[in-house]
Every structure is written in structure tokens, then in C-alpha cells.
Design a protein. Structure first.
Length: 435
């Protein structure tokens, strides 16, 4: 059965069709437009492939210094010892089509008035249209006493930092699952990519510990700056119930501020109404997810919102069209986009066709019609072999791909299978512009 709409909900037939070939597409549009794409992650790569298929004669330039492409949805599996680090790695150039010029440098400046992008190597790239998809940066420096070279040592993990760090995270977590003690899971106060990842890690490590060191010999503590466990109320309540059933302790409105690896203490700023205080929590295993922000080139470019997320710098754009509100020839995609939802690969899948529609329409002198409604998918792993397929939109409505067949708030093997097996093939098809 083909999916009604969702990234995770591709059934066998729908997945096979997506991987095998491109759906029927509109005729190519002749143009000499200069299109610059910043970022060769999931969003930048997917839109580059789609625009090559849509446009005839366009000059498409992709700017990114990263040699490796990271399949980020797989990092949580690596950090739980379920996949090797190589599972998430490929080469950036593996996914790029003929007809796209890769400038393997970091974007260093954007001038939206002059319509140019400056690179770290000194190149100046003029554009008619700019797609901003550089991802985000992990602000580890905001956590006093922490550095990435700690990951994998003295009970510290951080799966977000990349494939090697996810593997090192498992090394630290595995020791905890075999010896027991106190595991302390954190998440940041800022917006973040895949907000379900901290929960997945907590659930997986608890499940593994229950079958290794055994119940009664470990504690799982989850500390978060927010007042609820998930942004969608009905999902937050389900997670709260699961935490209670499994004896997992929550520390809400706690923001990680510093780490003392010698004493194995983490210091949090606790908010209680208008009162702030510092609280020390001990750990044997600590999982760190740092604050997350737009890259510096975005924050210094006049592309960010001026009245919200001011400490994070997400790109100002219309939440339905992804088009910049002050610079209509600029579009935002993926993690960097300043929209209420959308920092997942599933969101990218639905944002990319919208940007394609509006950009091609602009080239033709028309108005685009496609709309992004905030669709986000979170295959929320709760145990090895079980997950809940959570799909929702801007309004926090649950929008299941298989209503009546896969219940979104039930821990199911089929939902796990979609995460563990089907998702990567679908993701790869998306990179190719075919899903």
C-alpha cells in the first residue's frame, strides 16, 4: 500500500516505486537562471536533483565544503549499538547529478542586496535565486566544561556530533548498560533537529540496560528545559505515561549549563516560575545535546528573523512557501528555516517540492501554489524492535499515513521496521529527487 502522504509511511509498493524511478514530472522549463544552493545535506542535495530534472539551461551551483554526507536519522541507531558508524556515511559527490557545479568550500558571506554568495576560498558567486540549506551548528561551547574530546570517556556521550561520536557514545552507554548506575539524558532549550532523538536514546538505553545489568541496578533521568516531554500534547502525555511505567525520572525546566567530568556532576539551571536556581545532578552516564543555532554566515547576513529566535538566527521565511519575507528570490530549507516545525528529514521531503514549485513558478513569471503545512514525522523508538510512528503538522494535529491501520500512539514492530529498514531507502530516494 502506498503512503497517503508521510515520509515514514511508504509501504512496500510505494517505496519500490520511489526507489525505482521518478514519478511523472512536468515538462522542463527553459531558463538561464543562476541558482546557488548553500548546503549539500539532505535538503540541498534533494532540491539540486529535482531542479536539474525540472530546468533546462539553468546554472545550478552547490556550495559546501563537507566531503561526507551523514544519514542523520541513523545516528540514534549507531549510538545504541544497533548499527556500525559506516551505516550513516557516504560521499557528498555520490548524490549529485550531472549538471550541478559543486564548489567545495564553505559559504562565508551572503549579500542579499547584491545577490552574491562569498566563499571561504575567496570566490564570489552571483545568483538570481538562492536556496539556503546549510543545516545548523551544534553550540557545544555554550556548555561550560564540555568538549567533544570527552565523548566516549568517563561516561559521556553525544550522538549528534557525527558518526564517530555516535559510536563513541555507544561505548560510554554500553558500559552503563552493563554496570548500572545513573544515566542522565539532556536536551537543549533552543530549537533542535529531530526533537525526538533525546527520547529515543533514553528509551533505547533503558531497554538495553533492563536486559543486561537488569532492573533495580540502574536509573534513567531525563532533564529538559521545557515543561513537557514533547511538543505535541497528546504525544507528550503518552511519553509521560511510558516514562512512569518504566520508572524513568523527569526533571523538567532544567537547562544544562556545565559539566564536571572529574566529579561526574552536571549543573542545570532550574526554572521555577520567575525564580532561577542552579542544581547539580550526578551521573554515571551523561548524554549531552547542546544548544543549536543557524550557522554564523546566516546570522551575519540579514536573513534571520529579527523578532523571534533572536539567539538562534533561523532564516525568516513564510511557513507555507519557505520563501524569504524580505528577499523573495531567497528560499530556506531544512534545519535552518525559521518555521515552527520542520527540523527532520521527513519535513525536508515535504518542503523541497514546495520550494521547487515556487522557484520554477517565479522563473516562469507565475505564482506557485504548493503549500508546506508543517508535516513532521518522528518514528519514536521506545524499545529495540518497537516504535511509535508519530506524524504531525503545524497545528499539532496527528496526521497518520495509515489511519486505522497503524495507530500512531501504539508501540509497534511495524513502526520499528519502517525506522530500521525502510527509512534509509526512502531517504536515499529523496536525495535523488525521486521521493
Amino acid at each position: 500500500m502506498a503512503s497517503r502522504r508521510g515520509f515514514m509511511g511508504l509501504g512496500a509498493a510505494g517505496l519500490a516505486a520511489a526507489v525505482a524511478g521518478t514519478p511523472a514530472r512536468a515538462a522542463k522549463v527553459a531558463t538561464k537562471a543562476r541558482i546557488v544552493i548553500i548546503g549539500a545535506g539532505a535538503a540541498g542535495t534533494a532540491i539540486a536533483n529535482r531542479l536539474v530534472e525540472r530546468l533546462d539551461g539553468a546554472e545550478i551551483t552547490l556550495v559546501d565544503a563537507r566531503k561526507e554526507h551523514i544519514y542523520q536519522p541513523g545516528l540514534s541507531l549507531v549510538a545504541a549499538g544497533l548499527k556500525p558508524s559506516g551505516y550513516v556515511l557516504s560521499q557528498t559527490t555520490d548524490w549529485l547529478p550531472a549538471g550541478v557545479k559543486l564548489v567545495a568550500e564553505r559559504a562565508a558571506a551572503i549579500d542579499p542586496v547584491a545577490k552574491t554568495v562569498g566563499t571561504e576560498g575567496g570566490q564570489t558567486l552571483a545568483y538570481d535565486y538562492l536556496i539556503v540549506a546549510p543545516g545548523l551548528v551544534l553550540d557545544y561551547e555554550a556548555i561550560e566544561g564540555f568538549s567533544l574530546d570527552m565523548v566516549g570517556q568517563n561516561g559521556i556521550g553525544s550522538l549528534y556530533a557525527g558518526a564517530d561520536y555516535a559510536a563513541k557514545t555507544w561505548a560510554a552507554a554500553q558500559k552503563f548498560t552493563e554496570e548500572g548506575g545513573v544515566a542522565l539524558m539532556s536536551r537543549p532549550e533552543t530549537e533542535m533537529k529531530c526533537a525526538g532523538a533525546p527520547l529515543k536514546h533514553a528509551f533505547l538505553i533503558e531497554d538495553i540496560a533492563s536486559r543486561t545489568v537488569g532492573k533495580g541496578k540502574y536509573e534513567i533521568h531525563y532533564a529538559a528545559p521545557q515543561s513537557s516531554l514533547f511538543g505535541v500534547p497528546i504525544v507528550a502525555e503518552k511519553v509521560r505515561m511510558l516514562f512512569g511505567e518504566r520508572g524513568m525520572t523527569t526533571h523538567m525546566q532544567h537547562t544544562l549549563k556545565s559539566v564536571d567530568p572529574g566529579r561526574k556532576l552536571a549543573t542545570f539551571e532550574k526554572k521555577d516560575g520567575d525564580m532561577l536556581s542552579l542544581v547539580e545532578l550526578p551521573y554515571d552516564y551523561l548524554h549531552v545535546i547542546p544548544p543549536q543555532r543557524a550557522p554564523e554566515v546566516i546570522r551575519e547576513s540579514d536573513l534571520s528573523w529579527g523578532d523571534k529566535w533572536v539567539d538562534q538566527g533561523w532564516v525568516e521565511c513564510d511557513q507555507q512557501t519557505m520563501r524569504h519575507l524580505r528577499y523573495p528570490e531567497i528560499f530556506a530549507l531544512g534545519d535552518v528555516a525559521g518555521v515552527p516545525k520542520g527540523k527532520t528529514a521527513a519535513s525536508v521531503k515535504w518542503q523541497v517540492p514546495v520550494v521547487e514549485d515556487h522557484l520554477v513558478a517565479a522563473i516562469e513569471g507565475k505564482e506557485g501554489t504548493a503549500v508546506y503545512d508543517g508535516y513532521t514525522s518522528c518514528p519514536l523508538i521506545t524499545r529495540v524492535g518497537r516504535a511509535m510512528l508519530i506524524e504531525f503538522d503545524y497545528k499539532n494535529n496527528l496526521v497518520p499515513s495509515f489511519p486505522g491501520i497503524i495507530a500512531p500512539l501504539e508501540e509497534l514492530w511495524i513502526s520499528w521496521l519502517m525506522k530500521e529498514v525502510a527509512l534509509k531507502a526512502t531517504y536515499n530516494a529523496m536525495l535523488r529527487g525521486k521521493a
